[in-house]
Design a protein around this ligand. Structure first.
Ligand SMILES: Cc1ncc(C[n+]2csc(CCOP(=O)(O)OP(=O)(O)O)c2C)c(N)n1
Ligand SMILES: CC(=O)[C@@H](O)[C@H](O)COP(=O)(O)O
Ligand SMILES: [Mg+2]
Length: 626
C-alpha cells in the first residue's frame, strides 16, 4: 500500500482498516531505512497515525501544517512524495531531516530549533484573515517543545486574539530525555486521571437532563456547569488561556484523532487538541529507550543494538567526566542543561551531584539568567549548551551575565560544523555573537586533553567565560592531569617558522598541522600557532609577528564575519600594522546544509589543502626580516 501513496490525496481515498495497514507499512519503512541512515526514529514512530490523520482531515498545502522542531516530519515527507529520497536522509545534497520549503509545497515552515511553530502558525493565521482566505492553520508541537518560552508567548497572543488556529499537542511524556517542568506535571495529571473524564461525562449528562427552565434555575445550572467545568474539564489551564481544549485523545486511534480534528475545524477561535502518543511506538528498542532512539545512528534492526562509535573519546564525554571531577573538589560548581542532559554529557554529573544539577526544559533564555542568578551568590554555574541553541539566550548573555560581569561558564558543545543536522544546527555563529560582548572570554581547545585544561581554567576564572568544543571524537591524544591552568589570552606556538604564520583556533589546529606539513614539504616553513583564545587575543604574539615581517592566515570553524580572524584583522588595523596581510578562513556568509562534516568542510574551503593553498599565496609577498 505504501507504494501507492504519492500525495495526501492518496491517503484520503483509504478506509480506516487500510489506514491501519498503511501505518504498519510506514513503521516498517522507517525502521528499515533509518537502520542504515540513522535519524530521529523514535519521534517519527510516535506520530504515524497522527500524521496520517492530519493529511486525511486537512488539505495540505492549502491548510498549513507546521511541525515544531520538525525532527518528527519524516512521515509527513513520506506522504508528500518524498518516500523515494529516504536513502539520502540527512546526507549531502540529500533529503533534509527537517521541513524544507524548497523540498515541497507541503513544507510551509522550516524548523530545527524548538518552540517556533505556534508563533509561525499565528502569523499565518493573521495573514490568512487579512487576505480573507479560508484555510486551516495547524501547529503540531511536542510536550518538550511546549516547555520553550516562545510557545507561551504565542499561546498568550492566540488566546487573547481569539482567531481560528489549531494547536495539536503531541504529548509522549518525553523531551529527548524524560520531560520536565510544571507543565509536564500538569499534562500528566490530565493524561492519567480517568476520573476527570468519567465525572465530566456524568455531570454533563445530568446537566443536559435538567429541564430547560427560565430564570433562576437556568442561571444556577449554568453557574453549576461552569463551576464543575473548572473542577472537571481536563485542560482547564488552556481553556483559561482562551483555547477550546479537546482531549486527551489517543494519538494512535484514527477515529478519535479524526473526530477531534473535525471538531476543531468546526470550532471558532483557538483550539488545542491534546494527543497522547508513545514515542518509538511499534519498535520495542525505541519504545524502551526513546532517549537513545530519539536521534540515533545506524543500528541492528533485530536487536536494536546501536553501532558504537570507534576511536578516541568524544569531546562531550571528556567534558562530562571533567566537570564531574572538578565538581568533586569545587563545591561551587553547579551544572545546568536546557533539556539536553544526554547530548551535553551531563548524565554522570546529574547522578553524582543530583542537588547541583538542573534540567530546565527547552528554556535556554531561562537557563542563562538562572546561571547569572546563581553566580551572584558566589557559586560557579556551568551552562552546558549546544552552540546553536545558545543563540536563544543571547540577550540574557549580554544583559544579565556579561554586563554584570558574572562568573558563569558556558560549556558550548557542537561548536563548529555538526554534519547531519545541517543548517539549523551548525554551531558557527557563537564566536561572532559572543566576541562583541564586553567582559566575555572565549576559548577553544586544540584537542580533548586541552579541553580538560580549559574547563579547569574556566572554573578558576572570574567573569563570563565560554569554552567551545566540537561535536564528535577527540583527536586521540592521552588525557593528562585536569588541573592545568592556562594563562588567559595566551596562544601556544607549536612550530616556529618564517614569512607566514597560521593561527588556528580550536579544532582547526590538526588541519593546520597537516597544512604546515604540506608547506614544509615544499620548502616553506610556516609558524604554526594554537590560538586558544578568540577573546582576549595574544597581543604580544600579534605584535611579534608584525615586527618580524610575517603575514598571517587565521583558521576557525566559525563565521568569518565577526569571528576570530576578524578580531586579528581589527587588531592589526587598530595598531597601524597595515603591511601585515591577514587572510581569514572560516564559514562563508551562507547557511551550510546537511551532510558529513568533511563534505561541509570541502564545501566551505576548510581542508588542510585549502589552508596550505591560502598560506602559499602569501609567501611571494612575504616581507624581508624587519
Ligand atoms: C531551542 C532548542 N533547544 C533544544 C533543542 C534540542 N531538541 C530537539 S528535539 C528536543 C525534544 C523535543 O521534545 P518534544 O517536543 O516533546 O518532541 P518529541 O521528540 O517528544 O516528539 C530537543 C530538546 C532544539 N531543537 N531547539
Ligand atoms: C532535533 C534536535 O535538535 C536534536 O535531536 C539534535 O538533532 C541533537 O543533535 P546531536 O545528534 O548532535 O546530539
Ligand atoms: Mg515529547
Amino acid at each position: 500500500m505504501l507504494a501507492t501513496i504519492n500525495s495526501p490525496q492518496d491517503v484520503k481515498k483509504l478506509a480506516l482498516p487500510q489506514l491501519s495497514k498503511l501505518a504498519g507499512e510506514i513503521r516498517e519503512f522507517l525502521i528499515k531505512n533509518l537502520s542504515a541512515t540513522g535519524g530521529h526514529l523514535a519521534p517519527n514512530l510516535g506520530v504515524v497515525e497522527l500524521t496520517l490523520a492530519l493529511h486525511y482531515v486537512y488539505n495540505s498545502p492549502e491548510d498549513k501544517l507546521i511541525w515544531d522542531v520538525g525532527h518528527q516530519a519524516y512521515v509527513h515527507k513520506m506522504l508528500t512524495g518524498r518516500m523515494g529520497q529516504f536513502d539520502t536522509l540527512r546526507q549531502y545534497k540529500g533529503l533534509c531531516g527537517y521541513p524544507k520549503r524548497n523540498e515541497s509545497e507541503h513544507d510551509v515552515w522550516e524548523t530545527g530549533h524548538s518552540s517556533t511553530s505556534l508563533s509561525a502558525a499565528m502569523g499565518m493565521a493573521i495573514a490568512r484573515d487579512l487576505k480573507k482566505e479560508k484555510s486551516h492553520v495547524v501547529a503540531i508541537i511536542g510536550d518538550g517543545a511546549l516547555t520553550g518560552g516562545m510557545a507561551f508567548e504565542a499561546m498568550n497572543h492566540m488566546g487573547h486574539d481569539g482567531r481560528n488556529v489549531t494547536v495539536i499537542l503531541n504529548d509522549n511524556e518525553m523531551s529527548i530525555a524524560p520531560n520536565v517542568g510544571a507543565m509536564h506535571n500538569y499534562l500528566s495529571k490530565i493524561r492519567t486521571n480517568d476520573g476527570y473524564k468519567r465525572a465530566k461525562e456524568e455531570v454533563e449528562y445530568l446537566l443536559k437532563r435538567i429541564p430547560a427552565v427560565g430564570g433562576t434555575m437556568a442561571k444556577i445550572a449554568e453557574r453549576l456547569k461552569d463551576g464543575l467545568k473548572y473542577l472537571l474539564v481536563s485542560g482547564i489551564l488552556f481553556e483559561e488561556l482562551g483555547f477550546t481544549y479537546l482531549g486527551p485523545v489517543d494519538g494512535h486511534d484514527f477515529k478519535a484523532l479524526m473526530e477531534a480534528m473535525n471538531q476543531a475545524k468546526q470550532t471558532k477561535g483557538p483550539v488545542l487538541i491534546h494527543v497522547i502518543t508513545k514515542k518509538g511506538k511499534g519498535y520495542a528498542p525505541a519504545e524502551d529507550d526513546s532517549d537513545t532512539f530519539h536521534g540515533v545512528g545506524m543500528y541492528k534492526i533485530e536487536s536494536g543494538e546501536t553501532l558504537k562509535s570507534e576511536g578516541p573519546p568524544s569531546y562531550t564525554s571528556v567534558f562530562g567526566n571533567t566537570i564531574t571531577k572538578l565538581a568533586a573538589d569545587d563545591k561551587r560548581i553547579v551544572a545546568i542543561t536546557a533539556a539536553m542532559p544526554g547530548g551535553t554529557g551531563l548524565k554522570k554529573f546529574a547522578q553524582t551531584f543530583p542537588d547541583r544539577f538542573f534540567d530546565v526544559g527547552i528554556a535556554e533564555q531561562h537557563a542563562t539568567t538562572l546561571a547569572a542568578g546563581i553566580a551572584t551568590q558566589g557559586l560557579k554555574p556551568v551552562f552546558a549548551v549546544y552552540s546553536t541553541f545558545l543563540q536563544r539566550g543571547y540577550d540574557q548573555l549580554v544583559h544579565d551575565v556579561c554586563r554584570q560581569n558574572l562568573n558563569v561558564v558556558f560549556a558550548i558543545d557542537r561548536a563548529g560544523l555538526v554534519g547531519a543536522d545541517g543548517e539549523t544546527h551548525q554551531g558557527v555563529f557563537d564566536i561572532a555573537y559572543m566576541r562583541s560582548i564586553p567582559n566575555m572570554t572565549i576559548m577553544m581547545p586544540k584537542d580533548e586533553n586541552e579541553l580538560q585544561h580549559m574547563l579547569y581554567t574556566a572554573t578558576c576564572y572570574d567573569g563570563p567565560v565560554a569554552v567551545r568544543y566540537p561535536r564528535g571524537n577527540g583527536v586521540g591524544v592521552p588525557l593528562d592531569d585536569v588541573y592545568k591552568q592556562l594563562p588567559i589570552g595566551k596562544a601556544e606556538v607549536l612550530r616556529e617558522g618564517k614569512g607566514v604564520a597560521i593561527l588556528a583556533f580550536g579544532n582547526m589546529v590538526p588541519l593546520a598541522e597537516k597544512a604546515a606539513d604540506m608547506l614544509e614539504a615544499e620548502g616553506h616553513k610556516p609558524m604554526l600557532v594554537n590560538a586558544r583564545f578568540a577573546k582576549p587575543l595574544d597581543e604580544e604574539l600579534l605584535l611579534r609577528l608584525a615586527k618580524e615581517g610575517y603575514h598571517v592566515v587565521t583558521v576557525e570553524e566559525g563565521a568569518v564575519q565577526g569571528g576570530f580572524g576578524s578580531a586579528v584583522l581589527e587588531w592589526y588595523a587598530e595598531h597601524g600594522c597595515h603591511d601585515v596581510v591577514v587572510e581569514l578562513m572560516g564559514i562563508p556568509d551562507f547557511y551550510v546544509e546537511h551532510g558529513s562534516v568533511n563534505e561541509q568542510r570541502q564545501e566551505v574551503g576548510l581542508t588542510a589543502e585549502d589552508i596550505a593553498k591560502k598560506a602559499h599565496t602569501l609567501w611571494p609577498a612575504g616581507r624581508k626580516q624587519a
